[in-house]
Design a protein around this ligand. Structure first.
Ligand code: GLN
Length: 539
């Protein structure tokens, strides 16, 4: 039997970034999964960082942590949530990794006698990396999201790799999906197709013609502009689709399916129909649930990166998943903690919240405000969930205000504190480099069998993802007495806390949000949301 061809879908973006290429990629994956095909996703990031770990979340959205400790882009969170699969850090390929490998090979003498160049060496390395994963994971279809927008200098080598793969029809069957933007200027009150036309032209200049064009817009696009894009783009009308803003991202696979995305992909990829009707039931069921919500709760998130929702996207998603499961909608209020530090009265805003969540974070800014918010939650019985830094600060707050160590702190914020209840472990103290030196990824935690968390998880052995450097100081932990109890451990390190006598006051050193999906909400989030709903109903 001849080898089946290697099937690839490439998703390319144009006009501007932030159009939701990740969601389109997930929709394509879902469409193929609904047709009984296995997929493997790779995301190419055209920057020189080796991974996203050291990048500023203000610029790129949150860092998503994988089970194997990868610090990746927000899009990987979408992949896991939509497609129900765990991704590995090797699924993220950056320009940095490609050049690093090529230069290492050059040093080892693997290209002896040759002039090492972008074409062919860099391009070959890109294709080799993709093929390596195809061979390892053996999916029916490889889906590759190419970061950046066409026309960027950075993306050029990747476009050239796509062009070469399309050309090699003996080995590859490739479908190229172009995501573009169709603006609707208010003063004109009509959709303008010129940016889309230009982006197709730009792609053609790189030697690639799109097979499918997906048009993003704020409001639905009429037939005419889409016909125009089909005509100027030289793409059949059935292959031009639109994706206006939707009520929730999980609607996207259904929205595109209705326009024939699956059929187009099947034709492009030369796939036989394997199913009677494609199975989108999980997305349909979710949309029905979302149309029948009973009410809404409000969660206050005192934090630092208040300007950009994306910095906490997994947290916001996990809150939504838990609330939706309980039949509620959830509104998040990102509250700048800097306010709390200067103005005691500003804490009043927390009274209106049904629950308070302190997410992960780094550095000193806003810390004292977060501690004030935690004290407020502890004293007023407001449901509280502290994640990572939020967990650490809950312990600091308790040491200061209940146990009487007024200067207790984390050495991350105060190197001189006389009561370093949160500290680096001795083995970490000498690590100078900042990239990739954290406790990252999966660790197995043992929960007390009578803890609230063990009940929520339904087990005492859990595996959750981590991303932090500092720990509850094992040398001082015995000083913590009273209602605050550490209920989960990994070796000797405290992983979870619960406050006895409080309706819901829980902290986790790990980040449970990374494993949450709309169909499988995260247990700590679920407990928190239930408490917030009770609180809401009681008022
Ligand atoms: N800054 C803290 C640490 O490094 C917490 C990290 C986090 O919240 N992700 O331990």
């Amino acid at each position: 039997m001849p080898e089946p061809p290697s099937r690839y879908v490439f998703i390319l973006g144009s006009v501007l970034s932030g159009l939701g290429k990740g969601i389109v990629t997930c929709s394509i994956g879902s469409s193929l999964q609904a047709r009984c095909r296995s997929v493997h996703i790779v995301k190419i990031d055209p920057y020189l960082n080796l991974d996203a770990g050291t990048m500023n979340p203000m610029e790129h959205g949150e860092t998503f942590v994988t089970a194997d400790g990868g610090e990746l882009d927000v899009d990987f969170g979408h992949y896991e949530r939509f497609l129900g699969m765990e991704v590995s850090k090797e699924q993220n390929i950056t320009t940095g990794q490609i050049y690093y490998n090529v230069i290492q090979k050059e040093r080892k003498g693997e290209y002896l006698g040759q002039t090492v160049q972008i074409v062919p060496h860099i391009i070959n390395e890109i294709i080799r990396r993709l093929e390596e994963q195809r061979v390892k994971y053996k999916p029916d279809i490889m889906i590759v999201e190419v970061g950046g927008t066409i026309g960027d200098i950075e993306s050029e080598p990747f476009l050239e790799a796509v062009r070469q793969m399309r050309r090699n029809q003996k080995k590859f069957v490739v479908s190229t999906v172009l995501l573009t933007f169709v603006p609707f200027p208010k003063h004109l009150r009509e959709h303008k197709t010129k940016p889309a036309q230009h982006s197709v032209r730009e792609l053609r200049a790189a030697g690639i013609s799109p097979d499918i064009i997906i048009c993003r817009s704020d409001v639905p696009i009429g037939k005419k502009p889409l016909e125009k894009i089909s005509n100027f783009g030289n793409v059949p009308e059935e292959a031009v689709m639109q994706l206006p803003d939707l009520k929730n991202v999980y609607e996207a696979p259904l929205y595109l399916e209705k326009q024939g995305l699956g059929t187009q992909l099947r034709q492009n990829l030369q796939l036989e129909a394997r199913e009677q009707t494609p199975d989108f039931s999980k997305f349909e069921e979710l949309q029905i649930r979302l149309q029948n919500l009973k009410g809404k709760i409000t969660i206050g998130v005192p934090g630092k990166y208040t300007e950009l929702q994306d910095s906490y996207i997994s947290v916001t998603e996990a809150l939504k998943h838990a609330a939706w499961t309980e039949g509620y909608d959830v509104e998040l209020r990102l509250i700048s903690t800097e306010e709390f530090e200067n103005n005691e009265g500003s804490l009043k805003i927390l009274e209106k919240m049904d629950g308070i969540l302190i997410p992960g974070g780094f550095g000193d800014r806003g810390t004292e405000g977060k501690i004030k918010a935690i004290k407020f939650a502890r004293e007023t019985g407001k449901p509280f969930l502290g994640i990572c830094l939020g967990f650490q600060l809950a312990v600091v707050e308790y040491c200061r205000n209940v146990l009487g160590f007024p200067k207790a702190h984390s050495t991350e914020m105060d190197k001189q504190t006389p009561f370093p209840i949160v500290d680096l472990l001795p083995e970490q103290k000498n690590i100078a480099q900042l990239g990739g030196t954290m406790r990252l990824g999966n660790f197995e935690i043992t929960l007390n069998k009578d803890s609230m968390l063990a009940k929520l998880y339904g087990t005492t052995k859990i595996t959750e993802r981590h991303r932090h450097r500092y720990e509850i100081n094992p040398e001082l932990i015995s000083k913590i007495k009273g209602d605050l109890v550490f209920t989960g451990f990994w070796n000797k390190l405290a992983e979870t806390l619960e406050l006895r006598g409080h309706p819901f006051f829980v902290g986790t050193q790990f980040h449970p949000e990374f494993k949450s999906t709309p169909w499988k909400p995260s247990p700590p989030y679920l407990g928190f949301i239930r408490a917030a709903i009770n609180r809401n109903n009681a008022h």
